[in-house]
Structure formats: structure tokens, C-alpha cells
Unconditional design. Structure first.
Length: 579
């Protein structure tokens, strides 16, 4: 067997974090690893999982331990999934189970031509889709790739049974990656046209079928790899017609991603165009962008115009004068770019007019631009005017933070108090308190806040406020009001908050609250509820220990276990928690 590093469970756990490690350990113990084998420095195997077809695994080891790996499962990138954990744990505990096999290339080189033909026939008989691969030239061949054959091969990855099921994207991505690897081989031998003839159909197949597959990044990764390959082809290409083909392919991916909503599909495509296209080519791409630009005033149309507008500005940056730039920004609703340039040109009145017309959300980013251009006074004026008529509390939030930054504590307090009453919460209360105390205004302000909340029977909020002020007795009293009201069912989280706050000064009250919440979870049934209840009971044990009442705890947990003896899942969670 090859001289490979000795791994321990700790090595595997460092490589594969929880919860994947724990789940992988269960897979290992239950014998889910099939056909483990060692090929040089790579351990391979198949792992039974949630899909009918086992997942394929390979993990490379090196002098310093685990180097990396792949798994055909949806989250198998880098070899850090539960299936990889199961394979690595098998290697740790049962290295003798791994059959040492020769590298594939060496095995094939020893076969005669007749043997290879017979082997290929058997493979095609078992996997008929492989027959299409025979039609494709190898990377070392000078023959031109048949684009139509490649397109059929790429589309075939989506035509198998269950291709639109959850988890199918991983197998589809594997099949497409095998094709893309052929493009990489051509790329390595400077076969630019053949490489592009491989990459383009793969990209087109993914974009055509993407709506029907639950992708978690695998298919997008294939497209991104192909786009990177097309970018290298563009860097090397000289023939104008071939370059236009590449530019159209890259722009096609970019346009698809914009129209889809922006998921970073082929995210490098615009950068390749901007970096590698000539001035004339950029003008051509700019024309394509204008043709793609939507009309209308819907949210979607505005969004697409803004995105396309940014690309258009970048494409035409070398020959846009100020007026052309400003006009393009207005046409594509690029308000931040527009205001930034107007302020840089000293056309302040026009910048203010734009800010007054945009939405509340857009105004927030424009306000920061005014500040960056030393026009904070205008930002405060425009945002302040809008805040008086807008229901968007973020405008008040901006004014509050601006006042705080400029040392205007009184103004910041005023905005904070207004925000508190718009959306009352304990954190908002704390902010008001922290701003009012240095001004000597907290005593009277606090009294008025608490009085109003009591008049409005906002006992849940009062409970959180008393916890924030470390007033445990008052928190317990207001919690009792909450639990006696018609919304008492909503008090579980609040009860735990008070229990945590009461641990040091009112441990018995803390115990009472923890026990009540634990029992409610147990009565609700369910493994997750039992696990949470066990966590609360662990706090109860610690509190009894702090009271030097270990025997009281033992009697309590014994009674609970006996009372709930017909709940094996609960008993299991109690055991796991050491209770």
C-alpha cells in the first residue's frame, strides 16, 4: 500500500465540521461505504445516501493529510460532506478494506486495440449515452469538434429519468463537467476553436434547462468554468469572426443572468468583455446592450435598465463626455452615478433635484454621496423633508446616525425616541437610554416611557425592558402579567430570557421557569423539542448545584424520567445531555 499519512478521527473532524462529521460517522458505522479502493494518493468509494443511486467519492491525501476531494452529492464540493466523512473514517479504521488499484491510464495503456474496442462496447451496452462520446474527437486530434454532436451530448445530461428531481443537479453537473474537461484539454493544446465548440453547447444546455432543475450551485459552477475557458479563448483569438462568436457567447450568458435576476451565472463574462474587447468590439457589444434594454416603468424594467446601464457606462467610458454620461445615467436610472458626477461637477442644485425625486430606498444611498462630497447639510435637509411625509423609518434611522456622528446628541435622542414609538422594542429602548443618560434627561424620560407602556398593557415589552435594566423582580412581575393574558402561549421565549437573567439573583425563580418551559416542550413531543428541553434541564442541574442541592436535582430528574418513561426519544436526549 502507498506510503500515505496516518489519519485520526480528529484529523477528519477538523476537515469536515459538524453536523456533517456526525452524520458521516453514522454512515460509516452503518456500512454505507461501498467498494473502497486506493489509487495512488487518492482514496475512492461509493456511499449510500438519500438518493437511489450511491454517491461517487474521491479524496486526495498528501504528506500533510487531507488535500481535497469531490463527491457527486449536492454539497460535495471540496470533499467536506457527510459522505466524505464516512469514506475518511473507513480509511482511518479499516485501511485494509481499500483494494489497491492501478491508475486508469496505466491500465488502459496495457490493453491492446482489440481489448479496448471490446471494453468500449461493453461500456456503451451498459451506459448507452456514452455512444455519443465516441463521436467526439480527442484533444490530441486535429479534427474539428462537431458542435451539433456536442450539443446533443450536453442536452442528453438533462434528459434522463428524474432530471428535475431534487438532487439531480449534481449528477447532471458531473456529466457536463466531463464534457467541459474536454474543452480544457483543447485549451491546454491551444485548440481555441475546438475548446469554444465544447464550452458553448454546455453553457447553452444549462441556460435552456435551468428553470427545470433545482440547482444548488453545481450547474452554475459548470457555466462559470466554461465562461472562464471562453475568456481564455478570447484572449488568444485573432480572427474577427471567431472573436465575435466568443463575444456573443459571453454576452449571451451575461444577458441571461441579468434577465434571470442576477445569480452570478457566468459572473466573469462582463469582465472578459471589458478587458479583452477592442474599442470597435465594445461599440458592438454596447449596441447589443441597448437592444436588450427593456422599456416600461415596472420595478423589473427599472432594475434591468440599471444593471445594463452600468455595463453600458463601462463599455463606453473611454468616449463619454460629461453630458453624454449624465444623459446615459438618466436613461438607465443610475441615480447614484448621476448624483456622484453632478456633485463632482459642482452642479449641486441638479443633484438635489434628483434626490428629491427618487424613492426612499434610493435616497438613503444618495444621502451618503452628498456626505462624501462634503454636502452633508443638503443631505440632512432632503432626508429630513422626506422623513416628515414618508412611512420608511430608515430615513429617521439615517438622520439619527448622522446626528450621532456629528456629536448632536440631543437631535440623535429625538430621532431615537421617535423610532422607539414607531417600533417599540427592548433594543430601541436601550438606545434611547444610552443617548439620554449623558444629557441628564433619562430619569423623566424613562418614567414617561414606562407609564405609557403600562397604560397600553405592553407587558411583554416591559418584561424585556426590565431585563435590559437588570430589574429581575420587575421582569418577573411583568412576565406574570404576560402569562396571564390571552397571548400567554407566545411567552415561551420571553420566559427563557427572564430565566437566564434571573440565574444569579433569583435562582429558584430561574429553575421554575426553565422547568415549566422544558415540560411544555416535552408535552409537545418531537425530537427537536426534547433536545431543547434537555438543554434547559442542564441549566436546572447547574442551578441546583449552585444552591448545594444536588440531591434535590437527582430526585427531580428521577421523577421526570419515570413519569415520561414511555418516551424513548426523550430518554435518549436526556442521556446525550448527561442527565
Amino acid at each position: 500500500m502507498a506510503d500515505l499519512p496516518k489519519l485520526t478521527e480528529s484529523d477528519v473532524q477538523r476537515w469536515i465540521a459538524e453536523p456533517s462529521f456526525g452524520r458521516g460517522y453514522t454512515y460509516y458505522r452503518n456500512g454505507h461505504i461501498l467498494n473502497p479502493r486506493l489509487q495512488g494518493e487518492v482514496i475512492k468509494g461509493r456511499c449510500l445516501g438519500s438518493q437511489p443511486r450511491p454517491y461517487e467519492l474521491s479524496i486526495r491525501l498528501g504528506a500533510d493529510g487531507i488535500v481535497g476531494g469531490v463527491c457527486s452529492c449536492p454539497v460535495g464540493g471540496g470533499g467536506r460532506c457527510k459522505h466524505a466523512a464516512a469514506l475518511l473514517l473507513t480509511w482511518v479504521h479499516e485501511p485494509e478494506a481499500f483494494a489497491e488499484v492501478e491508475a486508469l491510464d496505466a491500465t488502459l495503456e496495457r490493453r491492446s486495440k482489440g481489448e479496448l474496442i471490446a471494453l468500449v462496447r461493453r461500456m456503451v451496452e451498459r451506459y448507452p449515452d456514452l455512444e455519443m462520446l465516441v463521436e467526439l474527437p480527442t484533444a490530441g486530434s486535429q479534427a474539428q469538434v462537431n458542435v451539433e454532436a456536442m450539443r446533443k451530448q450536453a442536452n442528453a445530461a438533462f434528459y434522463g429519468p428524474g432530471y428535475d428531481d431534487w438532487g439531480a443537479a449534481s449528477g447532471i453537473a458531473q456529466a457536463l463537467s466531463s464534457l467541459a474537461n474536454l474543452g480544457d484539454d483543447y485549451l491546454a493544446q491551444q485548440g481555441w476553436r475546438n475548446a469554444a465548440a465544447v464550452y458553448q453547447p454546455v453553457i447553452e444546455a444549462v441556460l435552456e434547462h435551468y428553470d427545470h432543475v433545482e440547482d444548488e450551485g453545481e450547474l452554475a459552477g459548470v457555466v462559470n468554468d466554461c465562461v472562464a475557458g471562453l475568456g481564455q479563448c478570447l484572449q488568444a483569438a485573432v480572427d474577427p469572426a471567431f472573436r465575435e462568436t466568443l463575444l456573443r457567447a459571453l454576452f449571451g450568458v451575461y444577458r441571461w443572468d441579468v434577465d434571470f435576476g442576477g445569480i452570478d451565472m457566468g459572473y466573469e463574462a462582463p469582465d472578459f468583455i471589458l478587458d479583452e474587447a477592442t474599442a470597435e468590439e465594445k461599440d458592438q457589444v454596447a449596441q447589443w446592450v441597448r437592444e436588450a434594454m427593456p422599456v416600461g416603468d415596472s420595478w423589473s424594467s427599472n432594475y434591468h435598465r440599471q444593471v445594463y446601464g452600468g455595463f453600458l457606462i463601462a463599455l463606453e467610458a473611454d468616449h463619454l463626455d460629461d453630458e453624454s454620461y449624465l444623459r446615459l445615467c438618466r436613461e438607465t436610472s443610475r441615480w447614484s452615478d448621476l448624483v456622484d458626477r453632478l456633485l463632482a461637477l459642482g452642479r449641486v442644485d441638479e443633484a438635489v433635484e434628483v434626490a428629491q425625486q427618487v424613492s426612499d430606498y434610493e435616497l438613503l444611498s444618495l444621502a451618503d454621496l452628498f456626505v462624501a462630497h462634503d454636502r452633508g447639510d443638503l443631505a440632512r435637509q432632503v432626508v429630513g423633508e422626506r422623513a416628515r411625509t414618508s412611512a420608511d423609518s430608515r430615513l429617521l434611522g439615517w438622520l439619527k446616525e448622522d446626528a450621532r456622528k456629528h456629536g448632536d446628541a440631543a437631535a440623535a435622542l429625538g430621532y431615537a425616541e421617535t423610532l422607539f414609538w414607531l417600533r417599540p422594542s427592548a433594543p430601541a429602548y436601550v438606545e434611547v437610554r444610552d443617548l439620554a443618560q449623558p444629557l441628564g434627561r433619562w430619569g423623566a424620560l424613562r418614567a414617561s416611557i414606562l407609564a405609557r407602556l403600562r397604560d397600553e398593557s405592553q407587558y411583554a415589552l416591559l418584561t424585556g425592558i426590565h431585563v435590559a435594566d437588570d430589574e429581575i423582580d420587575l421582569a418577573l412581575a411583568s412576565l406574570a402579567e404576560v402569562r396571564s393574558a390571552r397571548w400567554a402561549w407566545h411567552s415561551a421565549g420571553l420566559s427563557i430570557q427572564v430565566a437566564q437573567a434571573a440565574e444569579k439573583t433569583r435562582p429558584r425563580e430561574s429553575i421554575r421557569l426553565y422547568v415549566e418551559q422544558a415540560q411544555q416542550l416535552i408535552d409537545a413531543r418531537g425530537r427537536g423539542n426534547y433536545q431543547t428541553a434537555a438543554g434547559y434541564l442542564a441549566r436546572v442541574r447547574a442551578l441546583f448545584a449552585g444552591l448545594d442541592e444536588a440531591e434535590t436535582w437527582r430526585e427531580f430528574i428521577a421523577r421526570l424520567r419515570e413519569r415520561e418513561r414511555r418516551l424513548p426519544a426523550l430518554q435518549d436526549e436526556l442521556n446525550k445531555a448527561g442527565l
